[in-house]
Design a protein around this ligand. Structure first.
Ligand code: CUA
Length: 225
């Protein structure tokens, strides 16, 4: 016969025994560790060199698309595989659109020059992943994410999508060509084994406009074609 469980009847078993010493130690250790991780979140946002704070704004996806088309019309220098190739002047705002399943347009940037790279999506979430660097950003419809970037390594780089976005996800590749700085010798053959550094400025995280993402040296051997 199954017993009826009720708050009026003392339950059977030993659940109410006092916690043993080991259990208390482990609960304490877990709690302290939780608090450390909790504190690390705001701390790392301010101190972490890998968190470039972007310039963020909400944007209507179709308005963003119009802005991208204007950007393409202003600075288009060619076409590659049906995608316009755009060479914006140094210091300008650069617009990149993600959509199923394309990065639009292809970009030509200059080494050592700064740009504000705007990222947004026309349809669903995509992931901006610059190969072969460890640069990853969510590309979200309705949000314009402006990153201050200074490419400091010339080369032919690929963007892949690292957020699953449907049947054509694996085909969603884009291109950023970084031209060597004028007057400088080409650095197209860098030493292997160098790493990426994303450098935030020393400015407080609350002033997003002064932060910076720097694309540092890396070997291009791992480029995804
Ligand atoms: Cu876009 Cu996956």
């Amino acid at each position: 016969m199954e017993e009826l469980h009720s708050a009026l009847v003392a339950p059977q078993g030993v659940w109410w025994k006092r916690a043993g010493k080991q259990e208390k130690v482990w609960v304490t250790v877990s709690f302290v560790w939780c608090m450390i991780l909790f504190a690390m979140m705001p701390l790392w946002h301010i101190k972490g060199g890998q968190n470039p704070s972007g310039i963020r704004a909400t944007v209507d996806p179709t308005a963003y698309q119009r802005r991208v088309e204007q950007f393409v019309a202003d600075y288009k220098t060619g076409t590659e595989a049906g995608v316009p190739v755009v060479s914006p002047p140094p210091g300008s705002d650069v617009y990149l659109l993600a959509r199923m399943w394309q990065w639009y347009p292809a970009l030509v940037l200059e080494e050592g020059k700064s740009y504000v790279l705007h990222l947004s999506s026309l349809d669903i979430n995509h992931g901006f992943n610059l190969q072969p660097f460890n640069v990853n950003f969510q590309v979200v419809p309705g949000y314009d994410y402006g990153l201050r970037i200074t490419p400091n390594q010339s080369g032919d780089y690929r963007i892949i999508c690292n957020e699953f976005c449907g049947i054509g996800h694996h085909l969603m590749t884009g291109k950023i060509l970084v031209k060597p700085a004028l007057g400088a010798t080409s650095s197209a053959a860098p030493a292997a084994g160098t790493a990426l550094a994303l450098v935030s400025s020393a400015a407080p995280a609350a002033t997003f406009a002064s932060s910076e993402a720097r694309l540092a040296q890396a070997a291009p051997q791992g480029v995804v074609q």
